[in-house]
Design a protein around this ligand. Structure first.
Ligand SMILES: [Zn+2]
Ligand SMILES: [Zn+2]
Ligand SMILES: [Zn+2]
Length: 139
């Protein structure tokens, strides 16, 4: 995921300099980030350019987007766009104190059995609570 340019073109996205910047900023994060957080990281790009790049990445399944439980969309790079399926999704944790979203890649999403005729395309599994850092800080 470190060579942004190749990663983008291999997955059908023309690697313009803006798109590479957005991709690299996203890939460098250890956790899912919102559009405003990306805007802060990418001081040289405006919100609409970042949003356009993210929308394109989504269309090509280069990123995952989900609602963080407080109405904010968070984005994360897809670890494996070629083989990504519902079984590769992991649990997320939303800290009600610092409002950060954490990835728990070692915790797969529990699968539920759907009624016949229903097909799942994505699952948003979000646990809310207080993160490690905030718990330490409050002690
Ligand atoms: Zn994926
Ligand atoms: Zn926290
Ligand atoms: Zn994640």
């Amino acid at each position: 995921m470190d060579n942004g340019e190749n990663h983008l073109s291999e997955h059908g996205v023309k690697p313009t300099s803006n798109r590479i910047l957005v991709w690299k900023a996203l890939a460098a994060q250890q956790r899912p980030v919102s559009l405003s957080e990306l805007e802060e990281i990418l001081e040289t790009l405006d919100k609409s350019s970042i949003f356009r790049a993210l929308t394109l990445f989504l269309e090509h399944h280069l990123v995952h987007a989900f609602e963080d439980g407080e109405g904010v969309i968070k984005y994360e790079g897809c670890p494996d766009p070629d083989h990504c399926g519902i079984h590769d999704l992991h649990v997320h944790f939303y800290c009600e104190h610092c409002r950060k979203t954490y990835c728990f890649p070692a915790a797969p999403i529990p699968q539920s059995t759907l009624p016949e005729g229903f097909t799942a395309h994505s699952i948003n599994y979000m646990i809310k609570g207080i993160c490690e850092d905030c718990q330490k800080a409050s002690r």
